[in-house]
Design a protein around this ligand. Sequence first.
Ligand code: GCO
Length: 457
Amino acid sequence: MTTTAPAFPTHPFPPDFVWGVATSSFQIEGATNKDGRGDSIWDSFCRLPGVIADGSDGSIACDHYHRLDEDLDLIAGLGVNAYRFSVSWPRVQPSGSGAWNEAGLAFYERLVDGLLARGIKPYLTLNHWDLPAALQTSGGWANRDTVHRFVDYAIGLNARLGDRVASIATHNEPWVVAFLGHESGIFAPGIKDRAVAAQVSHHLLLSHGLALQALRAQGCKASLGIVLNLAPVQAATTSAEDIEQAHLEDGRLLRWYMDPLFKGGYPQDVLDFLGEDGPRIEAGDMQQIALPMDFLGINYYSRSVVSAAGPWDAKTSGLELTEMGWEIYPEGLTQLLLRLHQDYAVPPLYITENGGAFKDSLVDGVVKDDDRTDYIAAHIAAVGAAMRQGVPMCGYMVWSLLDNFEWASGYEKRFGIVHVDYATQTRTPKDSAVWYRAFLRAQQLAHAPLNVALTEV
Ligand code: GCO
């Protein structure tokens, strides 16, 4: 840990580089019963005993629904030129099909218009995990019909917002929805069934492709893509068993999503591993999934180390860990980006999430989170390193704007660059936010015409 703020990464990012902060609906909005919103699977999941570390839920969260204007000013105050957020499907279409909820649509319209009024580009995500609970009663993502419900939702939302958002991502991290939601079951909807998880992953990808086609048919001008959580997967040792296990894990985490999106088929080794648990695929599905995208979003937090003997203990690696127990490994981001660029014909890439949970303390109105600032600075530098080697990067977004509901960890883990006092809902920019703002200002000045730069300095 450093005691002074790290120097700004020196890579010359282009003037049109997208710099943002990211959030998601369920993690910040609260107001889960307000103005006609329906339940999401995360509302139902949080009611199960023992699934959320601190027994909390999303009913209040950061109360963003009621504090929209204040939060928009906060975002603008950071000097970012983009904000990534997600729409809560059950807020705009409470039962996931049929009737739309005007109050919910109006909220996102205010959000998008408020961003544009402040000169900030809206980056919208359609599905950041909060599926309408009503759809789960008929099988949720395991049911092929949900694919068509999602396409209708995408079309309906595009009709209201598509003319004003810079970008639409269909899904956030389909691996998490499929694997954590349906195989390990630690996330909503809490199912533990490998075959169901495989089917869910296929339906998510299919719905992505069908939504892309439908939005384009509607003349949507926003740039369209998907957001994946990816990591370099490394074997814990050089033993043949560990290397084999790491290859399979790479297949399940990365190639299972990248191959169908960019090469038109699932990786054979993972299909072999799944055997009878593999997904049912209908004729035409794979062509649909592989439609060209305008961008790919990557969420990067750490590497994944795999040992055939069982779960790898990150504490043994000697690397510093975040509060999540994740290794701080910025060079992994450069490695990952180079590998994607080399193995796939990737479109322009964004880092759509990157950040860390650290033990923060608010003292006299200040949060000295040098560890988080170091993390962000090192990862921005890692993006620059990839760009120097030819990777087509066009944006970077910090996860997250605010401390928020960190899923199964509840409110115990804080990822924000802005501190939230949950008792009073007071927002306090942490030192990392101050650093990010100064870094973005320096970027701006570096590109400003000389006379502007001189007046500003
Ligand atoms: C994610 C999620 C975020 C998490 C973050 C930290 O995409 O995994 O988008 O919702 O909060 O990743 O775990």
